[in-house]
Design a protein around this ligand. Sequence first.
Ligand SMILES: [Zn+2]
Ligand SMILES: [Zn+2]
Length: 303
Amino acid sequence: MNKLLILLFLLLPSTHVLANKQSDLHEHNFIHGNESCENNTDPKIEIYEYSPYTYILRQNKCTHYEAPFIYVLFGDNKVLIQDTGATKDTAKFPLYSVVMELVKKYALLKQKSINHFEIIVSHSHSHSDHIAGDEQFKNKKNISLITPTSSSVQSFYGYDQDTLKWPSDNTNLELGNRNLTIIPIPGHQSESIAIYDPKHKWLLTGDTFYPGRLYIKNWQKYKLSISRLVSFSKSHPVLAIMGTHIEMSDKAGIDYPIGSTYQPNEAPLPLELNSLLKLNANLKLNTTPKKVVTDKFIIYPID
Ligand SMILES: [Zn+2]
Ligand SMILES: [Zn+2]
């Protein structure tokens, strides 16, 4: 066996595992509501374990039609909870207890006390379907809850308009062996952020980019944000781009009606870089806001 073959042999198992995991995520059929929500027996929160240190949660569509996704990312000493869902009521939507179960499990795996981990509750943006569960985290131990306003988000992440400028500069959040990049992306809302996770090469884009209706409040700011996401993606490997809803079906250009509590044959959650490039190209064509339906997403100006 020559040196190159030996190297290939050594490299193959790990890349194969990554490829498998990645395709699992692309093929994962998230729980997508029910024809009859009265008799719905699905979990209130679906827990998708991507790896022992990464989870994607989805709120049950029968509790709230928005069925937002929530990301839980563990580092060696901090855990990031990105968004808190659409429902405040712990009986209908027990987010805090689900998160604490995951922290307990991870602490056990790492042989640490549960109190070792600082829990950072951050938000993709401040719409009510992504912050309603905040109440559940208030006055609890080891929690840093970022108030979802422009000023609090900027101050938490160290923006000062002098050394770190919003929205042109990216910054970092170190979870411990997992250094996330925080990318300001105003447009859907003024305090919107994206997160890049180098561990899985994921770009988390909130309501700014996902398989659905991309509601754009500020057209010019949104265009700039998408073009910054594209530049970032050209200098960093991106394997999956994931937002916080699914509203497209698996049929090109066909979305479910607003308010649907049952979405059979949904499009997969992850989008690929090609789709982001397509969005950017479409936006560049239009100086004024224009609705455009594409196979995988719908550009939907609301200003
Ligand atoms: Zn939103
Ligand atoms: Zn939303």
